[in-house]
Design a protein around this ligand. Structure first.
Ligand code: GLC
Length: 762
């Protein structure tokens, strides 16, 4: 796509229409730190799926036409638009931050011209992967860039020098570094250079490409196969601030119900009530705290959504779920989009009759195969279909289900991929699969969230495999079908951190690994790392070696228990982080660079992460290792287990026998914890225990009913605890709106140490 000379412009409020010799493009100041750059092909507006409502606010903006282009100034940035629709961004002092690249792209030449001639026209596999784009945006590399985000990708934290695709993909092979795409498409990244940080969000749902300097050291580029050129330049003085601006656009993840932060046990293969019961009993008998049991596809009748195979549950799934609930277990059921093609099956008949399924270009219901065999695909782009799907959740809620696990929603299909031409809706406009593919899971999650919210009133709990930018408003996510291999425990650190940096904070991996057989050592190390992930679920594939906590004898069981209990004690801390996340978009699991941007080690650290800004985990992710190198960034830190002190920046070898995950806590921390229990609501949350780490600092702690939306009406307690260099602690209440505040607040100075009661300041 080429643009000519900038021949004119018109400005109305923050919206600037640009004329490039008759071709009209636009620039829109959304806030003082966010500028949208767009070109609408044939003037067709495509509603954003990621952004809900109007985000543009009135922003003091000044325009100046200069020789080198049209300059747009806000308080915190300036943008220059010049001939060819080049857009450059500068900081308030006028220093260049993000410039368009003016030269020609120089794609990597893999074949000689002779070879190319030979292969041309033959559809040879060596020619595949040549990327046809409707548009490309090519940006100059300043040189010191590190790139973070891009949603769920394999490989390492820093995406510089790699290239990726956005095309939600279900590929069962073990996911390794050179995968271009996984199940999720979040076309947002942040660039950190020696002098600046900024983000770019390309709001385009088509198959798209991000080459982060693989092709060249001079530029990076992104582009999409179809749709409009539409991206947001997002400024900020830190990664945290840029991410906050991104979540201002696309939303944050709402505070979840407290029990969702507990431990989840799952496996594809729990077929009957007896199978589930054995697991439930195992949890309590082995003293492994557990809140959630997942029901994979076998609970359904012939894999038909919104049915229950009653025979496998003694004819009474409602009664069984109730008995589980009485013992503190919440049921989460899987729900796939594919609706079995079977006349007489209500969901299918209704969908056909109302025209709720995607169609072939000829107007027939499009059929492909998934678990139930031939199946039709709900057209989630249509508001009526989303409403229908949302209302259908009633069946599951009435059975006693407390959360919905959306799977296979890339959408996955067994008889080859859905052709790009399958007809879907985009609200009331008809379009094709090529445009709606990457938002299929997103819209399914939205339908599910809204349905649950309307039916139940509590904070909906949804898990998804596929998603798009902004899905965090409706759903949590797991990273899909990993394997029980060491490279996948390694990968979870950058993977979950980058998801967090892409606006998806409530995420986790299948603990122990999904495919392949786990080993006792791998499972032990995985629970040591996984207990820090917001979504904490052990899940495995049909036919793999069972991996419930007790499958490998006493040693692994003890380790498992130790870390699940550690997780439970920290739930108040996790919950506080969610409060913060809902307001600021800051993820719970953070790469070190999130708080130590200037630190070169932190920028590329792939084997440690932070939980909030106080806790640093350095899990062992190598087979056989019983010690590992630990890096602590600047400041004073305490070893969580021994209280040994370190002053960063420092690297050292930490002892890490099989039962030890090295964990460090920043000096001046007050970590809110709760008393041991076998599930979150087993006892009232009437006692708070503060783990104190001397140093100067404070912590804001929140308490509410952990269940509904009353906190949004002020029904919560907000405490602030302050710690001093000598370890003394004080606390006060900043907001008192919750009817059941703590009865006791205790202070503890060492892991097993005695506690003393804290009196709050008046
Ligand atoms: C998919 C899911 C997996 C699930 C399986 C059967 O592979 O990713 O988690 O167990 O389908 O439903």
């Amino acid at each position: 796509m080429r643009f000519g000379k900038l021949t004119g412009y018109e400005a109305e409020k923050g919206k600037i229409t640009l004329d490039f010799e008759g071709k009209r493009a636009g620039l829109q100041v959304i806030t003082a730190q966010i500028v949208r750059v767009f070109y609408e092909e044939d003037g067709v507006k495509i509603p954003s799926k990621a952004i809900e409502g109007e985000k543009a606010v009135e922003t003091p903006t000044r325009l100046e036409r200069k020789e080198d282009g049209l300059w747009v100034f806000t308080d915190t940035l300036s943008a220059r638009v010049s001939d060819g629709f080049h857009v450059d961004f500068f900081d308030p002092e006028g220093a260049a931050v993000c410039l368009d690249y003016r030269g020609e792209r120089k794609p990597v030449k893999r074949l000689s011209d002779e070879y190319l001639k030979l292969l041309e026209g033959e559809g040879h596999s060596l020619l595949e992967g040549r990327r046809e784009c409707a548009f490309e945006v090519v940006k100059k590399l300043e040189g010191s860039e590190h790139f973070y985000g891009l949603g769920d990708k394999t490989g390492f934290l820093d995406k510089r020098q790699y290239d990726y695709e956005m095309w939600n993909t279900d590929n069962p092979d073990p996911q390794v570094d050179n995968f271009k795409a996984l199940y999720k498409s979040i076309p947002f990244f942040m660039a950190l250079t020696d002098s600046h940080v900024y983000g770019i969000f390309m709001d385009n749902t088509w198959k798209s490409y991000f080459d982060m300097g693989r092709e060249s050291e001079e530029y990076y580029w992104f582009g999409a196969k179809g749709g409009n050129l539409d991206y947001y330049y997002i400024a900020g003085d830190s990664l945290a601030r840029v991410l906050q601006n991104y979540t201002y656009l696309t939303g944050t993840c709402p505070l979840p119900q407290r029990w969702t932060l507990g431990y989840h046990q799952s496996r594809w293969g729990y077929m009957t009530r007896e199978d589930v019961e054995e697991v439930a009993r195992g949890m309590r008998q082995n003293d492994i705290p557990c809140d959630v049991l997942h029901f994979d596809i076998d609970y359904m009748q012939d894999y038909k959504v919104f049915t229950w195979n009653r025979g496998r549950y003694d004819g009474d799934p409602e009664g069984y779920l109730k008995s589980l609930a009485e013992r503190g277990f919440k049921a989460v059921t899987i729900n796939d989009p594919g609706v079995k093609k079977q006349e007489g099956y209500e969901v299918y008949d209704e969908g056909v009759e109302k025209g709720y399924f995607a169609k072939t270009p000829e107007g027939e219901v499009y059929i492909n195969a998934v678990w139930p065999g031939d199946a039709a695909f709900p057209d989630f782009g249509s508001p009526a279909v989303r409403k229908w799907w949302g209302e259908k959740q009633k069946f599951l809620l009435d059975t006693g289900v407390r959360g919905i696990w959306n799977d296979m929603n890339e959408p996955a299909s067994f008889h080859g991929p859905l052709p790009e031409t399958v007809v879907f809706s985009d609200e009331d406009r008809k379009t094709i699969h090529g445009e709606m593919h990457n938002v299929y899971g997103h819209l399914m999650a939205k339908a599910t969230y809204e349905g649950l919210k309307a039916l139940d009133g509590r904070r909906p709990f949804v898990i998804t495999r596929a998603c798009y930018a902004g899905s965090q408003k409706y759903t949590t996510a797991w990273t899909g079908d990993n394997h029980s291999i060491w490279s996948h425990i390694q990968m979870l650190i950058p993977q979950l951190c980058n998801l967090g940096l892409s606006g998806m904070p409530f995420v986790g991996t299948d603990v122990g690994g999904f495919g392949s057989d786990t080993t006792p050592e791998l499972l032990a190390r995985w629970v040591e790392a996984g207990c820090f992930s917001p979504l904490f679920r052990n899940h495995s594939a049909l036919g793999t070696r069972p991996q419930e906590p007790w499958q490998f004898g006493e040693e692994v069981l003890d380790i498992y228990r130790k870390y699940v209990k550690l997780r439970y004690s920290w739930i108040p801390y996790f919950y506080d982080l969610f409060y913060e996340e809902e307001r600021t978009g800051a993820p719970l699991m953070r790469p070190l660079v999130f708080h130590y941007e200037k630190d070169e080690n932190a920028r590329v650290c792939n084997d440690e992460f932070l939980l909030g800004d106080r806790i640093l985990a350095a899990p062992v992710v190598n087979q056989g290792a019983v010690r590992r190198m630990v890096y602590l960034p600047e400041g004073k830190w305490y070893d969580y287990w021994t209280r040994e002190e370190y002053t960063g920046p420092v690297s050292f070898v930490a002892e890490a026998p099989l039962d030890t995950c090295p964990v460090y806590v920043k000096a001046g921390s007050v970590i809110p914890t709760m008393e041991p229990r076998s599930y979150v609501e087993e006892k009232p949350l009437d006692t708070l225990i503060l783990d104190v780490y001397p140093g100067k600092g404070s912590w804001d702690h929140y308490l509410d009913n952990g269940e509904d939306f009353a906190y949004r009406e002020g029904k919560y307690h907000h405490y602030r605890f302050t710690v001093e260099e000598d370890g003394s602690v004080s606390g006060k209440i900043l907001h008192a709106g919750y009817e059941k505040p703590y009865e006791r607040i205790l202070v503890r100075r060492s892991p097993e140490g005695a506690t003393e009661e804290l009196c709050l300041d008046a």
